[in-house]
Write a protein that binds this ligand. Structure first.
Ligand code: GLC
Ligand code: GLC
Length: 656
């Protein structure tokens, strides 16, 4: 039985039902039909509000119930919701209704994801639209565009320092271009996924500018301190996210003689969610953005949004309530919208953000990190053990399974899981760091260290899938065998992501085997951030120095094939994933589906051929013969199954 991970309850008053009722009786008569667009349109809004109000009220009560101005801000929020709803286009409202009728849409086998930077992939939003035919060849139905909003010139943390949600970065186009792109995506069956960075704004955001001018209302949008007393106390228990860049989590703002909370870079100011005005302002930005045609918002850095003295200020219960309240707000105004959590934290905590009333989608950092772990050790025990215990989530939700993304790889696994297998967590992390930075004898990887912290010797790893799987080294050594192995590693790792339960995510460029790009070392504003090693300019496509033509062709064909097979096999969609015990320590196996509709996936994480006894396969598939969907080969149960080095098999039982 699946047991959801619960968040610690913040108690609500015993008479919360009555308080809700009173609030309803007081506020609802003050909302007009016309502010929600009038007529039938407004009716739909108010029906949804009736349904969702209990949870909206309760989550906000958790956060702000003890504030003298709670009631005022709640009413303000409802007015804003009605107003933004009234502006939602008929097309998007029809899309909402469709998605409400088909609430499992994102669990379909047809869901295949891709990610890219607008500038680095196409140049601008208009040019990106021209790539739609290629996206379709890859089978993509979910496109995540990296942040394209207005941001400070120079350093902007790859766009994660947003200066306005209402403007696209000038060189990338306009909001109208975004809307056009969304419409074109929708016509071609592609969902638009966009980042929503609600833990912080850039120090050039309107609110920050006003705060810097000393406006007390806007100063309260951020965490501001007159001196180092509290910052020093907080710093004692906080993690350093970018220790190579700076110490501590606070930045001096000379103009107003204050210290401001900055978890990430000094130009990314953390928002003060203790102030309900901030919640309302952010909810408004979110809804206005959704009205542009966004289908999924990737909620950035969700773990950090609430602070409390004496804690690490990560994953606090209120961080969940903020998301739950945003979820409730969205389900009234734009119920087609999904939230996806980006929580790169302990696996227990990752799972706590997943829920139909919180984030319906989540990155799966554990599968990602442990696939790389298995690739280094050639052993799958930690991966298999962890997936067995942690893969299952709320059935109304879905993982987003990735191999690489724009960020570093952190060795996020549970030390307790590792200890059960006799693995010492930190020693193992240190091995993985050495392996992937190419400092372990025999390593095939060419990764780049990220944010080495001399205080605890911690670090993370950057690098493209191709460079991390040995292509860069294979090319340097001119070894066709190593090149071949590297391609197989990429195929196999993505083969797992494409077939395990959830939405697979292709980091565009990986289908060409793009190598690390070291030009960031000569680029001011990038040189201190090795994540740029795997964020290359892809506009030259196959002509880039970072791409080897033959490799690109082979890999692209593989991705197209996987996309096509996956999209036509319902067993890859809305079915469960199980991890039956399996005897070979180098193979990772799982089973999709039930009854006659089944799929057995076998992935070899080693460069040796492995043999798997047919009895075991028959036990899983309950069939006398089966077919590998990836190469069409038929087998019957009389022979032993040979699994080639780094091979992945998608076995489907053949009846009769
Ligand atoms: C997210 C992004 C990362 C960024 C950070 C701060 O984790 O993925 O690239 O640095 O948030 O916004
Ligand atoms: C940390 C954060 C994560 C962020 C990353 C940026 O791991 O937990 O949210 O993406 O740093 O590198």
């Amino acid at each position: 039985m699946y047991q959801p991970k619960t968040i610690p309850e913040i108690p609500l008053p015993d008479d919360i039902d009555r308080r809700e009722q009173l609030t309803r009786e007081r506020i609802f008569p003050r909302l007009t039909k016309s502010e929600a667009g009038g007529g039938k349109k407004a009716e739909i809004f108010y029906e949804r509000l009736e349904t969702e109000f209990p949870r909206l009220f309760r989550t906000l009560y958790h956060l702000y119930g003890n504030r003298y101005d709670f009631y005022y801000h709640l009413e303000d929020l409802l007015h804003r919701m009605a107003g933004i709803y009234s502006e939602r286009s008929p097309e998007l409202r029809a899309r909402d209704l469709n998605k409400e009728k088909n609430p499992d849409w994102y669990k379909s086998e047809k869901m295949v994801g891709g990610i890219c930077y607008v500038d680095l992939y196409a140049g601008d939003l208009k040019k990106l639209k021209k790539k739609i035919p290629y996206f379709k060849e890859l089978g993509l139905t979910y496109m995540h565009l990296m942040p394209f909003f207005r941001c400070p010139e120079g350093e902007s943390d790859g766009g994660y320092a947003v200066s306005s949600y209402r403007h696209v970065r000038k060189d990338l186009g306009t909001m109208d271009d975004l809307e056009e792109l969304a419409t074109a995506f929708h016509e071609h069956g592609i969902n638009l996924v966009v980042d929503f960075i609600n833990n912080h704004t850039s120090d050039r955001f309107k609110w920050a500018e006003e705060a810097r001018r000393g406006d007390p209302d806007y100063m309260e949008h951020y965490y501001m301190f007159p001196d180092r007393t509290l910052p020093d106390q907080y710093d004692q228990t906080l993690r350093a996210i970018f220790p190579e860049v700076r110490h501590g989590n606070f930045t001096r703002v000379d103009e107003i003689d204050r210290w401001v909370w900055t978890t990430f870079h000094s130009y990314q100011w953390d928002l003060n969610y203790r102030n309900p005005a901030v919640f309302n302002a952010i909810a408004e930005e979110l809804l206005v953005l959704a009205n542009r045609g966004v289908d999924v918002l990737r909620m950035d850095a969700v773990a950090f949004t609430w602070k409390k003295m004496g804690t690490d200020c990560e994953n606090l219960p209120e961080a969940h309530y903020i998301l739950q309240a945003l979820n409730a707000v969205a389900s009234v105004v734009c119920p087609g919208l999904l939230l996806k959590s980006e929580a790169i934290v302990h696996p227990d905590e990752v799972n706590r953000y997943i829920g139909s009333v919180e984030c319906q989608l989540s990155y799966n950092p554990l599968l990602m990190a442990l696939s790389w772990e298995s690739l280094a050790t050639r052993e799958t025990k930690l991966l298999a053990h962890s997936m067995k215990h942690r893969f299952q989530i709320d059935e109304n939700c879905s993982w987003v399974n990735y191999v690489r993304c724009h960020d570093d790889i952190g060795w996020t696994f549970s030390d307790e899981d590792a200890a059960e297998l006799g693995i010492h967590g930190n020693d193992h992390r240190s091995f993985l760091n050495r392996f992937y930075s190419g400092r372990f004898p025999g390593s095939f990887a060419r990764g780049v260290p990220f944010q080495h912290n001399p205080e605890n010797d911690d670090m993370r790893i950057c690098g493209s899938a191709a460079s991390l799987t040995g292509l860069e080294k294979g090319l340097e050594d001119n070894s066709s065998n190593d090149i071949d192995l590297s391609i197989k590693r990429i195929e196999m790792m993505y083969g797992v992501a494409y077939s395990i339960g959830g939405i697979p995510l292709l980091y565009l460029g990986d289908e060409w085997g793009v190598l690390n790009d070291y030009s960031y070392l000569e680029t001011p504003g990038k040189v201190h951030d090795s994540r740029w090693a795997h964020r290359p300019d892809l506009r030259k496509g196959a002509k880039s120095d970072l791409v080897v033509n033959d490799v690109a062709k082979r890999l692209t064909a593989w991705f197209k094939k996987m996309g096509a097979i996956r999209s036509s096999e319902p067993v890859m969609g809305n079915t469960i994933t199980r991890f039956p015990d399996q005897p070979d320590p180098h193979l990772f196996t799982f089973l999709r589906g039930q009854g006659a509709e089944k799929l057995l996936v076998i992935a070899n994480f080693s460069e040796f051929e492995r043999k798997l006894h047919n009895d075991w396969i028959t036990d899983q598939l309950h069939a006398v013969s089966y077919r590998n969907l990836l190469n069409g080969e038929h087998r019957s149960v009389h022979n032993e199954l040979h699994v080639d080095p780094y091979q992945i098999l998608w076995l489907k039982p053949v009846s009769g």
